[in-house]
Design a protein. Structure first.
Length: 387
């Protein structure tokens, strides 16, 4: 067994590098069409710990999570353009938040129905899942740590978060051919699309540039400078058991710090690949979380997948009803839904399929989810806890 802290970190980093390398290589990236790289980054350390190659418990896991997760959130929020998001217009923003409201309502309903089967301790796991489906993987992990979600609860939620979004994305893409019929039922005002097309001409979130050692070092320095005060200030803020812990405050504070830095010249670090560095840190956190889990903990995933499908059905019902009242075209419905459930990787794809040239709308809505997902996930978790 690998038990020395330095060797444990090296093993986790090696797993991350191997999976990311294969997922990006031209010959092997198609292997990840069914199960994405983020799943294997979590699952392989779990297998290694289950078979005794890595320790199931190690102080290094807690250190990685405590310090690298806040730093990664700072870097992932750096390229956010709040002004561009606001310029999407009230209808696009309204549809996104209707979709998020549907996720929260569906999550609370699903938890109420399945808690006799899976146990009341899953309230925090459902909150973490809702954070992913109103934001993304970073939000899910942030809520997991903020609420101290047990690994036995979190592991099956990762399975749900892998299976259900891909099923939903497939359905959305299948409905492209029925877009005109959907627009008629929605009584859609197509002028909204023309307005969006005029105001959103390109992706406003900067793409990662060529990374250099100096750029990576500077990004890490900024992340440390932003997250260190959050750790200190969090200890001075009031704490409520099972509601707001010191680490909860840390996560919320670094989220605010990342948004503040996105309005400053620090956002230029994206040209040096700050976002990619942030994801590298985030995935290392995910390997540490996976190593603490157990393969046996995914036994309840079948019931939870059913709960996940129910959440999506409630989300779709709320979204379609709101879109009909607002006369929003199916393009915005699909883009907002995938921005909620899929995130930044898939929302632009769905948006482009529905309306070529407007992939950036899906991207912007997904970035908005990254901003609010952590807070919405914590809110949803507390609603589930009240049950």
């Amino acid at each position: 067994m690998i038990d020395h802290p330095v060797l444990v970190v090296a093993a986790l980093a090696a797993i991350e590098a191997l999976v990311l390398g294969l997922s990006r290589h031209e010959r092997t990236r198609r292997w990840f069409d069914l199960l994405p790289a983020v799943f294997w980054i979590y699952f392989l350390p779990m297998l290694a710990a289950t078979f005794g190659l890595l320790p199931a418990q190690s102080p290094v896991y807690g250190l990685i999570t405590t310090y690298l997760l806040p730093a990664s959130l700072v870097l992932l929020l750096l390229p956010v353009d709040l002004r561009a998001i606001l310029r999407l217009g009230p209808k696009a923003l309204a549809v996104f938040f209707l979709g998020a409201a549907g996720i929260i309502a569906g999550t609370v309903l699903a938890f109420a129905l399945v808690k006799p089967l899976v146990g009341t301790e899953f309230w925090a796991g459902f909150g973490a899942l809702s954070a992913s489906w109103t934001g993304g993987s970073a939000n899910m992990i942030a809520v997991k740590e903020a609420l101290a979600v047990p690994d036995a609860v979190f592991a099956p939620m990762v399975i749900v978060d892998t299976v259900v979004p891909y099923l939903w994305m497939g359905l959305l893409i299948a409905l492209v051919g029925r877009q005109e019929a959907c627009d008629r039922w929605l009584r859609a005002d197509r002028a909204v699309l023309d307005d969006l097309g005029a105001r959103v001409a390109q992706h406003v979130a900067s793409h990662s540039g060529r990374r250099t050692a100096g750029g990576i070092a500077l990004a890490l320095l900024v992340a440390a400078a932003a997250s260190a005060p959050a750790h200190l200030l969090a200890g001075e803020l009031p704490q409520v058991p099972d509601v707001v812990s010191r680490y909860s405050w840390t996560i919320l504070l670094v989220t605010a710090a990342g948004l503040a830095l996105s309005l400053s010249p620090a956002r230029r670090l994206e040209r040096a690949g700050a976002t990619r560095t942030g994801y590298d840190l985030l995935y290392l956190v995910l390997t540490a979380i996976g190593a603490k889990a157990s393969v046996a903990s995914i036994g309840s995933a079948a019931v939870l997948i059913g709960a996940g499908l129910l959440i999506v059905l409630v989300h779709a019902a709320v979204l379609l009803l709101g879109a009909r009242l607002l006369r929003v075209p199916m393009f915005l419905v699909a883009a907002a839904s995938q921005a909620n459930i899929g995130g930044v990787a898939s929302a632009p794809v769905v948006a482009e399929v529905y309306h070529p040239g407007l992939a950036s709308v899906g991207l912007l809505l997904a970035i908005l989810g990254n901003i609010v997902g952590t807070w919405l996930g914590i809110l949803c978790a507390q609603l589930c806890r009240l049950l």
